[in-house]
Design a protein around this ligand. Structure first.
Ligand SMILES: [Zn+2]
Length: 157
């Protein structure tokens, strides 16, 4: 069981809002929301790599950690859905496998570092014993627009 499309779409809206907020402290605009099996928001986070000076403080990792604290099944996020604005990197794809999330939904593809189908497919690697379902391209243009504008500003254009 995974939350219906409209609930996932609304969660992506929240994640996009978090992504926009990350720019305020100089982080790349990426946001993540973790939904429980019933569609309730368990946790959410923005990218805080620059803010914390922590290479692992990606939105997905922060949201998965916080979600595990409220999900009620120890570290396992059984039946949960990770909703994130950009295709997860190898670390975050790996974290979603380790957390046993049921589904990963992402916005824009990341051809330079994506590990949910673009460069690698860590989430659906048949050698792993848990493989979340993957849905990409949800509100992708909104996420891509945010990222493009951020990098354009960063380059001072
Ligand atoms: Zn990541």
């Amino acid at each position: 069981m995974s939350p219906p499309d409209d609930v996932v779409d609304a969660a992506m809206g929240r994640a996009l809002g978090l992504a926009a907020a990350a720019q305020e402290w100089g982080d790349t605009p990426i946001g993540a929301v973790v939904l429980g099996p019933d569609g309730a928001v368990l946790a959410e986070a923005a990218n805080e790599r620059e803010k914390r000076g922590d290479p692992t403080a990606h939105a997905e990792v922060l949201a998965l950690r916080a979600a595990a604290g409220v999900h009620g099944d120890g570290w396992r996020l059984t039946g949960a859905t990770l909703v994130v604005t950009l295709e997860p990197c190898t670390m975050c794809a790996g974290a979603s496998v380790l957390a046993r999330v049921e589904r990963v939904v992402y916005g824009a593809d990341d051809p330079k570092a994506g590990a949910a189908g673009s460069l690698w497919d860590v989430v659906r690697d048949r050698r792993l014993n848990h493989r979340p379902q993957v849905t990409g391209g949800v509100r992708a243009e909104e996420s891509a627009t945010l990222l493009r504008a951020f990098f354009r500003r960063k380059r001072g254009l």
